[in-house]
Design a protein around this ligand. Structure first.
Ligand code: SF4
Ligand code: SF4
Length: 111
């Protein structure tokens, strides 16, 4: 079934870690025209369990790369795998409340 992201940005406002996997930091930093060190300083923090880096959140809990309205991801073309796989590979019990488009199908988000 086709999935049509409504670009509401709800998923990017949810509390929780947006993990950065091996190789993603370099790709995102390059897309922003930043050195890896500058990117990690400005846009990442250490996970609570100290196992790797996550994207920073704004004071309201939204991802630092969420822009809008209308909602848009500033690093859309290079966003982390965790984001690319939402909602298709997520198992939230309340997924339909977070992502209204998931009621109609599941496949990688294109926000
Ligand atoms: S990186 Fe982009 S898609 Fe991922 S949570 Fe942040 S704004 Fe949303
Ligand atoms: S993936 Fe779902 S929650 Fe995220 S912006 Fe698209 S419709 Fe909204």
């Amino acid at each position: 079934m086709d999935f049509h992201c409504l670009r509401c940005g709800n998923c990017c406002r949810q509390p929780g870690d947006v993990r950065l996997e091996e190789g993603e930091i370099e790709v995102i930093a390059a897309a922003l025209g930043l050195a890896v060190h500058a990117f990690t300083e400005r846009y990442t923090v250490l996970r609570g369990n100290r196992q790797g880096l996550i994207l920073r959140e704004r004071p309201d809990g939204a991802c630092v790369f969420l822009e809008g309205p209308p909602a848009a991801c500033r690093i859309q073309t290079v966003k982390p795998r965790q984001c690319r796989e939402f909602p298709a590979r997520w198992r939230y019990t309340d997924l339909e409340e977070i992502c209204p488009a998931s009621r109609r199908g599941t496949s990688p988000a294109d926000k």
